[in-house]
Design a protein around this ligand. Structure first.
Ligand SMILES: C[S@@+](CC[C@H](N)C(=O)[O-])C[C@H]1O[C@@H](n2cnc3c(N)ncnc32)[C@H](O)[C@@H]1O
Length: 125
């Protein structure tokens, strides 16, 4: 599973707590953040790169915590790259105009939005 824009690794740490047997990858544009994340998450493969240039197709789940205005682009990319049945999971920001499969509150008071990629999913954007 991929944390697209993994920052310092807080998302990866939380996800691993939930799914300890998962295989975790992180992608981060900032060199210092990538380095720090790799130190904090030695069990993850953390690489420097652009989430929009990466291929999300190998992942059954892509998690991201980006910006509200990034969500239409993230949805289009998920529908293009990812296989039917896989999941796009967003902390805090929903995909405008797309019905989430689930929304869950976090202990910190944020919302996690879960979207499942369907066959021939229209991107809507
Ligand atoms: C709000 S932080 C989220 C960190 C982590 N995913 C979490 O949930 O704790 C967003 C991160 O995305 C990174 N980012 C933004 N645009 C990116 C891009 N195009 N490619 C790679 N990383 C990017 C930023 O540098 C930042 O570290």
């Amino acid at each position: 599973m991929l944390d697209a824009g993994c920052g310092l690794g807080d998302g990866l740490l939380a996800l691993r707590q939930a799914y300890p047997l998962g295989e975790w990858h992180g992608l981060e544009w900032s060199r210092p953040l990538r380095w720090l994340c790799a130190r904090r998450c030695p069990w993850a493969r953390v690489e420097r790169g652009d989430i929009w240039q990466a291929d999300w197709g190998a992942y059954p789940l892509v998690y991201l915590f980006q910006r509200p205005e990034s969500m239409p682009r993230a949805w289009t990319k998920a529908c293009t790259d990812m296989a039917p049945g896989s999941y796009l999971v967003s902390l805090e920001f929903p995909v405008p105009g797309v019905t989430a499969q689930a929304r869950m509150p976090t202990p910190g008071g944020r919302t996690v939005w879960v979207y499942r990629i369907q066959p021939n999913q229209p991107t809507g954007h």
